[in-house]
Design a protein around this ligand. Structure first.
Ligand SMILES: Cc1cc2nc3c(=O)[nH]c(=O)nc-3n(C[C@H](O)[C@H](O)[C@H](O)COP(=O)(O)OP(=O)(O)OC[C@H]3O[C@@H](n4cnc5c(N)ncnc54)[C@H](O)[C@@H]3O)c2cc1C
Length: 280
């Protein structure tokens, strides 16, 4: 309940933030605080300083520019839910509860990298990219490479996530399906589907799974099953069964590994059917 004693820094601007982070390797940026503060209260981590970044308005935006959706790291889940980004905005509505969505940010969520977080299913499906900055410069990596392992982002000391980028998904149908015990919980299983159709033939499909591996994965076998074929109940059934091939869940308080695998099939089927508006 009580965090350890920590220094607190309120930098004037981003450059000052980078200077401070460069000189204090174990300082932690504070964004929405809805993963960092709980961890401090449990005394799981003991940084020397918290560096407040949440007020930097220049990192709070959603724009469609240069053929991409660009989302500032400090954009809250609530703001993303209202921004009309295909798939990701829908996923944002399903994160936690209204209070958490008002504070939590996309930059904080992916830097924390909980294996059951909601965004990663959509980000892996969309081939999202992450822009990272430090005093030394900037780099952009695919979300797939950024998510090295659970709670292990590709971030060096002194670096901040500044932007998440998604390609133009306006021609895609989509759905994010989250199975949870109660509203507000983390996912037992989460499945994101992006589907591009020519008539009823599948031109392109991307399926992302969360909460069933250390990091989010693409259900490649299920995608291969669908691609180039005419959608039918039977095909969706077959592809959903194959999504399970990429699920390696562990048994925990949210359910047994066996149950979660079965739910991957159920949620994949539901996501495909909801993406096409429930009609097949
Ligand atoms: C009750 C509760 C329920 C929740 N349920 C869900 C859920 O259902 N689904 C879900 O996905 N999430 C859930 N969350 C997590 C929530 O979405 C968090 O807001 C999110 O994971 C972290 O974002 P934040 O902005 O709060 O980050 P913070 O807590 O401020 O930071 C998290 C970590 O990232 C670092 N960090 C923050 N911003 C940056 C940056 N720009 N660059 C580099 N490092 C950075 C911090 O130093 C810290 O290590 C829940 C949280 C709570 C408290």
């Amino acid at each position: 309940m009580y965090p350890p004693k920590i220094g607190y820094v309120i930098p004037e601007n981003i450059d000052e933030t980078f200077d401070f982070l460069e000189d204090h390797e174990d300082a932690r940026p504070l964004a929405g605080g809805h993963s960092l503060i709980p961890a401090l209260k449990l005394r799981i981590i003991r940084p020397s300083y918290l560096v407040e970044i949440r007020r930097f308005k220049e990192l709070n935006y959603v724009k469609f520019e240069g053929g991409k959706y660009r989302i500032g790291a400090l954009t809250t889940h609530y703001d993303i839910s209202k921004a009309g980004v295909p798939l990701l905005s829908q996923a944002a509505t399903k994160i936690a509860d209204p209070q958490v969505r008002n504070m939590g940010t996309i930059g904080g969520s992916i830097s924390h990298l909980d294996p059951a977080a909601d965004y990663p299913a959509s980000l892996i499906a969309a081939d999202a990219e992450v822009k990272i900055k430090s005093k030394k410069g900037e780099r952009t990596v695919s979300f797939k490479d950024f998510a090295k392992d659970m709670f292990t982002p590709d971030l060096n000391p002194g670096e901040l996530v500044v932007e998440v980028q998604l390609p133009d998904l306006r021609n895609y149908k989509y759905s994010y399906e989250k199975l949870e015990r109660r509203a507000g919980d983390f996912a037992i299983v989460g499945v994101a589907v992006l589907l591009k159709l020519s008539g009823d033939v599948v031109d392109d499909v991307r399926i992302g799974l969360t909460a069933v591996n250390n990091v989010a994965v693409r259900a490649k076998e299920a995608e291969e099953e669908l691609i180039g074929k005419r959608l039918s109940q039977e095909l969706i059934e077959k592809a959903s069964s194959r999504a399970v091939e990429r699920a390696n869940p562990s048994s925990d308080i949210r359910g047994s590994a066996e149950y979660k695998k079965k739910m991957v099939k159920v949620m994949t089927k539901r996501a495909i059917i909801n993406a096409i508006g429930g009609k097949i």
